[in-house]
Design a binder for this molecule. Structure first.
Ligand code: GLC
Length: 636
């Protein structure tokens, strides 16, 4: 092959240089061999391309790009087509901004609601995570841009993320923390993958031959570039030996010198280096062959799609007395600073410099609602003297309907730190309680990237969760509140009543050197259902402005089928979810596990037969029989 010939002409030092970045964002090129540089850039829900000063924490400015809803938000759509379309839009923007590989999607399992980066990940369930991630990857790569799912693997806390050791049993590792990546790799065929910072059972992910060779390459057939997280290469020679191709960012000449010295001292077989360089160049040439630079992308079209994506991901949690949707011309009081300064994305390396930004206050007139009054009710800053709540209450007293915008602010959740508790800011809670004392028609619209406690749930009539809706999230929320869009979101993570109900709470986050995954398989609904612990809102839950009926369920050799009918008077969507369990099975397992789903859009009165096939994961569980090295698959 072309690159095999190149390798035969390259000096040892040149081959060694290829295994490290050229700078913060570029891979090393050699024009004399026709090897191009590739530009890598965050992030999972929008491009964060830095043209000037560079960093991997979202500190320096980046070129404007569309901020789509985050993964945690879009996961609630359960719509793989939507995910793929977002991927295409991300790919288009990458072509326009000169980016060859997008560092995303992020798909780590939400082991615990307090992980600071949960906003950037899809779900507590590996199957939903993997399917949505594969969709994004397909979409991005349709545009000739490489995708790079992350962080591989078992990276479910931010505390001491660069040194923490995730201690997890083999079955939990395979079934919970790797299955999402397995689906993403096998069904998305990503051109790259990013290893996580942490150790897994004592071995750093980026230097872990079991993870990178046995599982990723041999079991799953991955043939792209394995890159470290930024600063996640701990022993570069070990990394190359174990299957990692690229330490990022550049370590100056140090990385190349380490490789060269190791080969000369016979600590690294040059054939291994040549194998890595060949694997690296294969992907570099594939991407550079498919990629093409385009002019500016259509800002307005991308913005409108971000709005569609956000509105299809909104979850209607409560709607007493069918208070929603609001009628055209309804007089509403709007309370909450989020209505003026929206909370629409997370913080850290995924931070997008938006092309534009909708707010409730600047979009409400167009929505057809009549804004009677607005009060901030709280501000992001700390100490208020309480007048803000008093003013909001005074205003709410005379309003027909009150819209309260609350949730988690920028200080509550971010890359680099985990949350201390599962509550929304105290002043948001106090505001909701105070307003619901004086008005019985209170609607709470939440913006948060992760699970929150809602002790005020019984005090309000309606709750709509927009998660982090991206730059068009506010207009998307108004589309749902006014019925322009019938909410079809379903929760992609469980909402326990309080943090004390969470199975991993006693040992999360791991504060010392290790983080022990003692809850094993019992993450999220796998725990709550199995121990029959009630939750405020279950995984897969969401209401609609219409109703649906299921009938004629059939279980066949190949899968299940049923007939779903939209029995209401509004068009709408539902998500048919297939769970599989084996009560009294030979081997312990969660009561039920998601093994298939279908998002269905139906007109009022329409009925449709839905089939969900059993796939290779439907009945499997993965006991790694050490003596035989085989995986036992028990049929149900
Ligand atoms: C960060 C993140 C990773 C990101 C990378 C580059 O530390 O962990 O998700 O892609 O560095 O910014």
């Amino acid at each position: 092959m072309k690159y095999q010939e190149i390798i035969s002409h390259m000096k040892l030092g040149e081959k060694a240089e290829l295994m490290s970045g050229k700078d913060t964002w570029r891979t090393k090129g050699f024009s004399e061999y026709g090897i191009p540089e590739l530009f890598l850039s965050d992030g999972p829900h929008g491009l964060r391309k830095q043209a000037g000063a560079s960093d991997h924490l979202g500190l320096n400015a980046s070129i404007p790009a569309t901020c789509f809803p985050t993964a945690a938000t879009v996961a609630n759509s359960w719509d793989e087509d939507l995910g793929e379309k977002i991927g295409e839009y991300l790919g288009e923007e990458a072509q326009a901004l000169g980016v060859h590989i997008i560092l995303g999607p992020g798909l780590n399992v939400k082991r615990n609601p307090l992980c600071g980066r949960n906003f950037e990940y899809f779900s507590e369930d590996p199957y939903l995570s993997g399917k949505m991630a594969a969709a994004y990857i397909r979409g991005i790569q349709k545009k000739g841009v490489g995708a790079c799912p992350k962080h591989f693997a078992v990276n479910s806390q931010e505390l001491r993320r660069m040194s923490n050791n995730s201690v997890v049993d083999e079955r939990t590792l395979r079934e919970i923390y790797l299955t999402g990546f397995e689906i993403a790799v096998k069904e998305g065929k990503p051109k790259a993958i990013m290893t996580s910072y942490n150790r897994i059972n004592g071995v750093y992910a980026n230097e872990n031959p079991y993870l990178l060779q046995d599982i990723l390459k041999k079991d799953w057939g991955f043939d792209g570039i394995v890159m470290s997280d930024w600063g996640g290469s701990n022993d570069h020679v070990e990394g190359v030996q174990s299957g990692s191709h690229l330490e990022m960012p550049s370590t100056g000449k140090m990385g190349a010198c380490q490789i060269e010295r190791a080969v000369k001292k016979k600590h690294l077989d040059e054939n291994i280096l040549d194998e890595r360089v060949g694997e690296f160049l294969k992907t570099v040439f594939q991407i550079s062959g498919e990629w093409k630079k385009t002019e500016m992308f259509d800002v307005e079209e991308h913005h409108q799609f971000a709005r569609k994506a956000a509105s299809e991901s909104v979850v209607l949690l409560k709607n007493e007395d069918k208070l929603l949707p609001l009628r055209h011309g309804e007089k509403v009081a709007v309370i909450g600073e989020f209505a003026d300064i929206p909370r629409y994305q997370g913080a850290g390396s995924s931070l997008v410099n938006t092309t534009m930004l909708d707010t409730i206050l600047n979009s409400i007139e167009k929505s057809g609602l009549d804004l009677a009054a607005y009060a901030p009710g709280y501000t992001r800053k700390g100490n208020e003297n309480g007048n803000l709540i008093k003013n909001a209450v005074k205003m709410a007293q005379n309003a027909g309907v009150v819209l309260v915008f609350a949730g988690l602010d920028e200080n509550s959740e971010s890359e680099g730190l985990d949350r201390e508790h599962m509550r929304i800011p105290q002043k948001h809670t106090e505001l909701i309680h105070a307003v619901s004392e004086v008005n019985e028609n209170v609607i709470v619209a939440l913006s948060a990237g992760a699970v929150v406690e809602m002790p005020w749930e019984d005090k309000v009539k309606a709750i709509v969760h927009g998660y982090l809706g991206g730059q068009a999230g506010a207009s998307a929320m108004l589309d749902v509140l006014t019925g322009v869009v019938n909410p079809g979101g379903r929760l992609s993570e469980s909402y326990p009543f309080f943090y004390e109900d969470v199975p991993s709470r006693r040992y999360y986050p791991g504060k010392e050197k290790t983080s022990e995954y003692r809850e094993g398989l019992y993450v999220g609904y796998r725990y709550y259902d199995t121990v029959e612990k009630g939750v405020r809102y279950p995984f897969g839950y969401g209401l609609s402005y219409t109703t649906f009926a299921y009938a004629d369920l059939e279980i066949k050799e190949t899968g299940v089928s049923l007939v779903i009918t939209n029995t209401g008077n509004q068009d709408g969507s539902d998500v048919v979810q297939m769970y599989i369990g084996l009560p009294g099975g030979e081997v312990f397992r969660p009561k039920k596990e998601l093994k298939g789903f279908r998002k269905v859009f139906l007109k009022a009165g329409e009925r449709r037969k839905i089939e969900i096939p059993f796939d290779d994961k439907a009945f499997r569980f993965l006991i790694h029989l050490l003596e035989s090295g085989k995986q036992k698959q028990e049929s149900i």
